[in-house]
Ligand binder design. Structure first.
Ligand SMILES: [Zn+2]
Length: 309
């Protein structure tokens, strides 16, 4: 799957925010503040809390912000992407971000921005990405899926444009509600991020989690959202993409049957299709991929943080 791109609407909001900062003449926070997540200029601080299974490539990160009132618009910026936060009870805000599976290890700045009318309050803290080594697997598949024949190249390009456009337009409000749930009851068997060698040739890393579910198993929406793709694509076969809002997407691949329509809204647990073996596969299974704020993350990392117990 292609690397997700951040949304046009998000880009527009960044531009608006950048303009606000320029007009107000605010300066970036000092280094000392950046270490401990405290706001600038002696006013009440924004406190930033980060929670993850591990701070490694392919992991979702829950950002919880304690923001002094009366903030009406709170955003988080990290890895050159900005996502909107949503309010929780008691003056707290939350945002989901992800560490892309190809993100390099190192120290990055995570910035929170709270907008109160004409005033922008900011705080920064360090997010250190630790090194991760993914395993390599060797697979034999039909040769056309490793080096596709020339006559399907136009279709592959069209598929890529379609999925990029789908990922570029996340709902600007949170569509998910409550905990995320597993789409199928079977356990996951393939490690996320595995580097694949197809028929002796190195290919892009495995950006999803595989569940060894038999053909025909109903696939349940892991949370509420809007169907932005329900169609046959060359590599992923019958594919459903659910936009959960605020840059969070689920993709289900290799379905034997689509049971969703593009544009349709789904509730948590709604059936969106049946497990199958369409596209580039070695056998029937469910491939579940997630994008969080433009990062490809392991869905199991999000389940560990925000899943039902
Ligand atoms: Zn897979």
């Amino acid at each position: 799957m292609q690397q997700m791109v951040s949304g046009r609407s998000i880009t527009r909001r960044i531009a608006t925010w950048a303009l606000c900062v320029a007009v107000l003449g605010l300066v970036p926070v000092a280094d000392a503040a950046a270490q401990n997540g405290v706001a600038t200029s002696g006013e009440a601080p924004i406190v930033i809390d980060l929670r993850a299974r591990t701070f490694q490539p392919g992991e979702a990160v829950v950002v919880t912000l304690t923001v002094p009132p009366p903030a009406v618009d709170v955003r988080v910026r990290v890895f050159d992407r900005t996502v909107a936060a949503f309010p929780l009870e008691g003056g707290q805000w939350r945002a989901l971000v992800g560490i892309d599976l190809d993100q390099r290890a190192g120290a990055y700045a995570l910035e929170a921005q709270a907008i109160e009318g004409q005033h922008v309050r900011t705080a920064t803290r360090r997010l250190t990405v630790q090194r991760r080594t993914f395993p390599t697997r060797v697979l034999q598949v039909a040769p056309d899926f490793v080096n596709p024949p020339k006559d399907v190249q136009a279709r592959i390009d069209a598929d890529r444009q379609f999925t990029q456009a789908a990922y570029a337009q996340s709902a600007t409000t949170r569509l998910w509600t409550g905990p995320f749930v597993r789409p199928v009851p079977q356990p996951a068997n393939s490690r996320f991020g595995t580097r694949s060698v197809f028929n002796g040739e190195r290919r892009s890393p495995h950006a999803g989690t595989d569940f060894l579910s038999p053909t025909g198993t109903p696939i349940h929406a892991p949370n509420a959202g809007r169907i932005v793709a329900a169609r046959d694509l060359y590599f992923t076969g019958n594919t459903v993409i659910v936009d959960h809002g605020l840059g969070v997407f689920s993709l289900f691949a290799h379905l034997s049957k689509l049971e969703a329509t593009e544009g349709q809204s789904v509730a948590p647990g709604d059936v969106v299709g049946l497990v199958g073996a369409t596209g580039r596969v070695t056998g029937p299974h469910l491939h579940w991929a997630m994008a969080v704020a433009g990062a490809r993350v392991d869905p199991l990392s999000l389940l560990a943080l925000l899943g039902s117990p």
